[in-house]
Design a protein around this ligand. Sequence first.
Ligand SMILES: *[C@@H]1O[C@H](CO)[C@@H](O)[C@H](O)[C@H]1NC(C)=O
Ligand SMILES: *[C@@H]1O[C@H](CO)[C@@H](O)[C@H](O)[C@H]1NC(C)=O
Ligand SMILES: *[C@@H]1O[C@H](CO)[C@@H](O)[C@H](O)[C@H]1NC(C)=O
Ligand SMILES: *[C@@H]1O[C@H](CO)[C@@H](O)[C@H](O)[C@H]1NC(C)=O
Ligand SMILES: *[C@@H]1O[C@H](CO)[C@@H](O)[C@H](O)[C@H]1NC(C)=O
Ligand SMILES: *[C@@H]1O[C@H](CO)[C@@H](O)[C@H](O)[C@H]1NC(C)=O
Ligand SMILES: *[C@@H]1O[C@H](CO)[C@@H](O)[C@H](O)[C@H]1NC(C)=O
Ligand SMILES: *[C@@H]1O[C@H](CO)[C@@H](O)[C@H](O)[C@H]1NC(C)=O
Ligand SMILES: [Zn+2]
Length: 909
Amino acid sequence: MWQLQPSLWIFLVLLVPSIRAAYEDYRLPRSVEPLHYNLRILTHLNGTDQRFEGSVQIDLLARETTKNITLHAAYLKIDENRTSVASGQEKFGVDRIEVNELHNFYILHLGRELEKDQIYQLEMHFEAGLNNSQSGYYKSNYTDVVTQEVHHLAVTQFSPTFARQAFPCFDEPSWKATFNITLGYHKNYTGLSGMPVLGCQDHDSLTNYVWCNHDTLLRTSTYLVAFAVQDLENAATEESDTRNRVIFRNWMQPKLLGQEMISMEMAPKLLSFYENLFQINFPLAKVDQLTVPTHRFTAMENWGLVTYNEERLPQNQGDYQTQKDGFARTVAHEYAHQWFGNLVTMKWWNDLWLKEGPSTYFGYLALDALEPEWSRGERFIARDLANFFSKDSNATVPAISKDAKDPAEVLGQFTEYVYEKGSLTTRMLHKLVGEEAFLQGIRSFLGSYSFTNAAQADLWKSLQKAAPQNEVISSEFNLSRAMDSWTLQGGYPLVTLIRNYKTGEVTLNQSRFLQEQEVDKDSSCWWVPLRFVRQMLPDFDQTTPQFWLECPLNTKVLNLPHLTSPDEWILLNPQVATIFRVNYDELNWRLIIESLRYDPQSGGIHKLNRAQLLDDLMALAAVRLQKYDKAFDLLEYLEKEQDFLPWLRAIGILNRLGALLRVEEAIKFKNYMQKLLLPLYNRFPKLSDIAESKLAIKDIPFANFAYSQACHYHVADCTEQAKILAITHRNGGQLELPSDIQKVAYCSLLDEGGDAEFQEIFKLFQNSSNGSQRRILASALGCIRNFENFEQFLNYTLKSDEKLLSDCHMLAVTTALDREHLVSQTENYILSHTKPLGEKFKKKELTGLLLNLAANLQTSEEIDRLEAHLKDIKEFNEPLQKALHQSKMNQKWRKECTSDFIEAVEKHL
Ligand SMILES: *[C@@H]1O[C@H](CO)[C@@H](O)[C@H](O)[C@H]1NC(C)=O
Ligand SMILES: *[C@@H]1O[C@H](CO)[C@@H](O)[C@H](O)[C@H]1NC(C)=O
Ligand SMILES: *[C@@H]1O[C@H](CO)[C@@H](O)[C@H](O)[C@H]1NC(C)=O
Ligand SMILES: *[C@@H]1O[C@H](CO)[C@@H](O)[C@H](O)[C@H]1NC(C)=O
Ligand SMILES: *[C@@H]1O[C@H](CO)[C@@H](O)[C@H](O)[C@H]1NC(C)=O
Ligand SMILES: *[C@@H]1O[C@H](CO)[C@@H](O)[C@H](O)[C@H]1NC(C)=O
Ligand SMILES: *[C@@H]1O[C@H](CO)[C@@H](O)[C@H](O)[C@H]1NC(C)=O
Ligand SMILES: *[C@@H]1O[C@H](CO)[C@@H](O)[C@H](O)[C@H]1NC(C)=O
Ligand SMILES: [Zn+2]
């Protein structure tokens, strides 16, 4: 009989959902709430068996009557006989313990019911080895350079879901509780947690061991709890200029003492800056900053115990100046987290962006406020915009606020994308409601949800309240609905603006901008704030919306006779406050282009808009909504562009397209680039005199850029000058030169040199003991034209086990792939060394390598070859998919756009 019995049918229906609730849901039940943890951890670092023993006593509030307690535990050996539940003196029996490994659940089935609103004490004892996987409570070590002795240390990394590997706990961000932490360890070490030590006493039985009690940590999520047992040195004790006079200590291994430490320099200043900005005092008494020899991430904002990854210090990788900018950004970001994340925490990981976005954005504001001469924040915002507009035009890109169920999905939320778009979304809010309402809304948000949790809707509400008070948006306007359209879906719109020059009417519509398909095949829409700027009154400071383009009503007709006259341009989106592209009608584009080209003040157009206009036109031409001819007409204005940002954006795009051209086309393109770059090159001092010419700090990145591009395209006497500089530098040695300029100099020397120059620089590279010098020389070695020479370098660096040399390998390959003469041989080299490459490099590095390669492949045969070689190699699997997608896009561009592009190049030569 095949038909189900009716009664059985009902039974199944009832049964299935309850199993689901318990076992398909990775979330803890809400029946009990942790209020306080007493956590004791005894750490053993001596010998080979490094481990810890601990106990935890959790005060629990029963929120409903229940006979079971579920909490998280993973990789812990729990002594079931010592697990107990009590209410004061009264002990409860534990009938049965159930372990659900997949969900990391540890479930206690009790003999009696817990009563609603009563408080109980759960006690558990456990132990585990200190692991090597940089999560939970893990071990690390360093070698003393003098004695060659290995020192061990133990430190935590709990974010996002690793606290459960160190002690049984309710490991979800919304279960905030207070913590009394007591650490036991040998007297040779210092124990740290988020709070200062109150007092220590000797261990009962272990000689030379102590137990130290730390003060109570304020209500916090488990992912922010941290502790460490270590014997690093404190480089300096500092006091911040904040109301609470916070004490900073800076722990690192002895060999780092005396080196420049950005974290040490900046942290106290950042704390004061944010305290003033947010108008909420930093609530802890101290912060220990710990530079750990090994770390899963770059840094972690643990409350009171911030950790940094020693491997990621600027002196330890890549180009020093770039890394230094990046590390400054990291430190600024971690301290913004003290408010966004630590004080106010997202309810669940779907809203990860709610801490990462604001921390990134406020980090930028802090950098520019504290060190305006570097204009780092501004450059990062411009960079994020460039990345965003290019990446987010892919159809598969996810929303920044999206559900995450299991730990793998939670970890998967931590992408650059969430940080960048999260930051741009925070910036959008800022520009949308204006300075006053924004700060008022942010302060009220932080104040209302301090020590608790919030969802993105709560942020919208705080701003919704502040904005009408400042008369920026009406109280009827539904800000939440508008903002949700930006965070709950991926992508961004293209807004098309068509003017009727007779009536003054403006017709607007929107559609999703996609690189890979017809623009109007996607029905997504956004609430787009509309702010117009007119040529007669180019006020780019006002960014609050005058109108909205609604969603789903996609076409809007506005009558703006008072706003425009027919002979002036109008521009949408001042400062690119909101993340959308704009296409204008023909005449309006012409008015904009003329104004940029012929008005000495560039029409008063803001620099971010200047960069965006270039980007938009190039992107529109790539999807054939515009002609490259128009984009190249606009590019002519660069001749008088004084600011770095538009140059950077335009040349970045041109370089990417140039790499896709065939030989004859590439020659024309090179001629064009020489013409374009010549005025820029001439604006800076002669390279051979660079050491004497005192460039302002803020001009250094711009100058580096101008020289490297000019020499790359052999503009005027750039390479000659660079060679002279390289020779003086090599002979003089003492010349202080910014690293990027050294790279340009040595690159030109090698580009035009032969075997002798190669051997000389290669020897210099091998004999140098200075990491950053080695990295500079390595990048430059990728400029050699003879592949046999280059192969010698590649063989040498690939064979080595030293991490620095692997870094150098990657740097040189990146340079080589950027230069047409070595591309195909370097590709061969990569394909015939997949095994060592796969073993040596992480997925992220291999992705970078293949994307770089794909960006320089011109024919579909080359791409097929790449696929055939790599498709069965596990390590290359994911990187390959990304590279193939990019290649497909490139092929599409080649097929559809090259002739239009080359025609425009020829016309503008
Ligand atoms: C480590 O120290 C503890 C406490 O002094 C001691 O009991 C244990 O035997 C030591 N282990 C090793 C391997 O030395
Ligand atoms: C725990 O008890 C609740 C009732 O309070 C019940 O719904 C739930 O299924 C139980 N959980 C487990 C894992 O047994
Ligand atoms: C727990 O108690 C049971 C029964 O007394 C005993 O057999 C078992 O070995 C104990 N387990 C541990 C880890 O001590
Ligand atoms: C030091 O740490 C590294 C990286 O975790 C590990 O591979 C190595 O075995 C450790 N050394 C010692 C002596 O424990
Ligand atoms: C936590 O520590 C504080 C300070 O030492 C102490 O006053 C408090 O009683 C402790 N709380 C618990 C629950 O043990
Ligand atoms: C503590 O330090 C002393 C002196 O450096 C050393 O001899 C001893 O082995 C260390 N003990 C432990 C347990 O690390
Ligand atoms: C690099 O190594 C390969 C073999 O691993 C060898 O065939 C080749 O000749 C080497 N190249 C140079 C320039 O040393
Ligand atoms: C873009 O989307 C395609 C599929 O539509 C996907 O295969 C590819 O990995 C995506 N690229 C990136 C960089 O995310
Ligand atoms: Zn962060």
